[in-house]
Write a protein that binds this ligand. Sequence first.
Ligand code: ATP
Ligand code: MG
Length: 570
Amino acid sequence: MRWTKFHLYTTREVPADAEVISHQLMLRTGMIKKTAAGIYTYMPFGWRSLQKLMTIVRRELDFSGALELQMPAVQPAELWMESGRWQKYGKELLRFKDRHDRDFCMGPTHEEVITDAVRRDLKSYRQLPVNLYQIQTKFRDEIRPRFGLMRGREFIMKDGYSFHASRESLDETYNEMEAAYRRIFDALKLDYTAVEADTGTIGGSASHEFMVLAETGESAVVRCPQCGYGANVEKAETRELSKVEPGKEEAMREVATPGSRTVDEVAKLLQIPGALILKTLIYNTEKGLVAVAIRGDREVNEIKLGNALDVQHLQLASDEKVREAIGASFGSLGPIGLPKDVPVLVDRSAESLRFFACGANQDGAHFVGVEWGRDIKPETFVDVLMVAAGDGCPRCEGTLGMHRGIEVGHIFKLGTKYSQAMQCNFTDEVGQDHPMVMGCYGLGVGRTVAAAIEQNHDADGIIWPLPLAPFQVLLQSLNPSDAAVSKTADELYAGLRAQGVDVLYDDRDERPGVKFKDGDLIGIPVRITVGAKSLADGKVEVSSRRERVKELVAVPEAIAGVMERLRASG
Ligand code: ATP
Ligand code: MG
């Protein structure tokens, strides 16, 4: 492709509203244009990269036996009413009416549509399993669209759905999809990790997220360097925490703690470690107020808590609400003497505490010398702990590290949530009907390209991993008005194209400095530069964007040199 015939306009300025580097570089290289908040036009340079990713995705999914189809972006409300999600899905679901006043939505995901299609075709166990996928535009009215393609409102997703006659069959396909995802992210040369993810209120079966590790990632993940255990913090577990020294053995008694509200303040006043204080929080849920107690030096994981309580909405109760219900403020709360209608959940981290302190549910007062069993009837201990870096791995003797990650893919064992609600049934060998067992498999196309840039750039611009590069080779003619330079560059262009190389030929009438700056910015992996000076010696320069190793090569060897570098970079 000749640059003069291509639509590629770069800018030097860093766009003011782009916070993360991938967003800045996508705008500066003209890959995308913002059309509205969270809605982008993919310009030719950007679209080429997305298409390369989609080709790899298709190759690996087709290889694994999944079948491609295409579902509509506009979906009728009826299907969403059948699954129950018309009411449950919040404002992310963009709803509208057609001219006949019928309700529709823009598809944020396609479980309903695919389940409806499959139930009309498949009736018998003999027809199962089936694994269907599409690459398609989704719409989610995200509350905070940001970071460009990373969190858009309109975005391209590969979404796949599998249907099975048994859990074992689902397990098999799930494992194949996990392997396919690994092949995809390996092929892209991304530094990623697959971690256990929260399955939310859908149920106990498995879910894994594929995380590209990057500082700017919106997700926090823990990893054990020793055994490879990895999990989203939303779901992460830890080995039992090391025991806290018991407090002074004594009968429970009340002590005055005026003005001390935080764990640190109370610990200082009572001269005990914060870990020996039972911290109590009150949450507001759709089931009413709930008290949660946890070791004073640790935090509550609200995702785990929501799952433990089986609630959708969970929020720390306001101080007024707490005062009204309990008669004390945050800072003096404890599990002893709470109103009967406020159930107490205690995190496992507090189970081994002995002769500990907790709020007395009166402002400025705490209990000390508290014992489980003696002073508080045995409570249910649950795991609602927010795991922290340095905690013990739940699978081995290792220590967990904390990392930031960009969630690029998510695979999920759905079970029968949708098939049951929508009567997507099959008949087994003995003629009995069962809901099909389902899996679903998502991969964010634009987000993956953005994540690749987050991981592959320097101060001058993008450093494309070859498989995602919009072009493999950048051919620069430094003095296009010089006949010899133009002739050599034209010949190299033809020669590279004849070898099937994706080459961008910078034939613009621009100064060399501009061409070098643009070359660094757009980050094409291999560069070949034709300039009057070296050409006088019969040479051109071949270099790679990542290593920046330059080499003068005789013109007849230039194409072989480029091919060698392409092979080396994968
Ligand atoms: P997140 O927690 O980041 O909102 P999600 O759990 O809602 O993601 P899924 O419903 O599992 O995402 O969607 C599958 C994949 O689609 C994600 O792994 C991600 O790569 C991509 N994706 C989801 N939401 C967006 C978005 N707003 N913009 C771009 N890609 C997205
Ligand atoms: Mg989301």
